[in-house]
Design a protein around this ligand. Sequence first.
Ligand code: GUN
Length: 163
Amino acid sequence: MFTAEYWADKLNLAPHPEGGYYRETYRSASIIPSGVLGEEYSESRCTSTAIYFLLGQGDKSKFHRLKSDEAWIYNSGGSAEIFMLGKHGLKIEKIGPDINNGESFQVFIPKNVWFAAKVTRGDYLLITCTVAPGFEFNDFELAESQKLVNDFPDYRQIINELT
Ligand code: GUN
């Protein structure tokens, strides 16, 4: 029987600042010079990176945003709801293997959108996350609860739960 603890140990995962557990598995050796990237990048970035990311039942991936789109790709376990807050208001997507019931193997989170997730079916969710240009913590921002509520007062409940 696979569990969150099994995968965290087997894959040597460490706690992520947003919640859950991760390990970087790929970092491209090719570098994109800063002049070629958008203005939001003051330094060069590698072409792309990938991580394992694990959420256990009751864990939260807290609201955060990135400067680039991120792909979440299902690997194992149940499913999670991904909450995205942007110009469109709140959008919820489900990542998981039950594609006949509204889940998807792949979910793409647009850049600059605040997003958070929690496991809604099963004991855990194991996914791969990729971002291009490659991930740097300088491009990652965790939300402050009150600021996010001020910007999205209609979604106070989910913000309070997942910040
Ligand atoms: N490396 C460290 N944290 C992250 C993350 O949240 N996403 C991606 N794609 N890579 C990371």
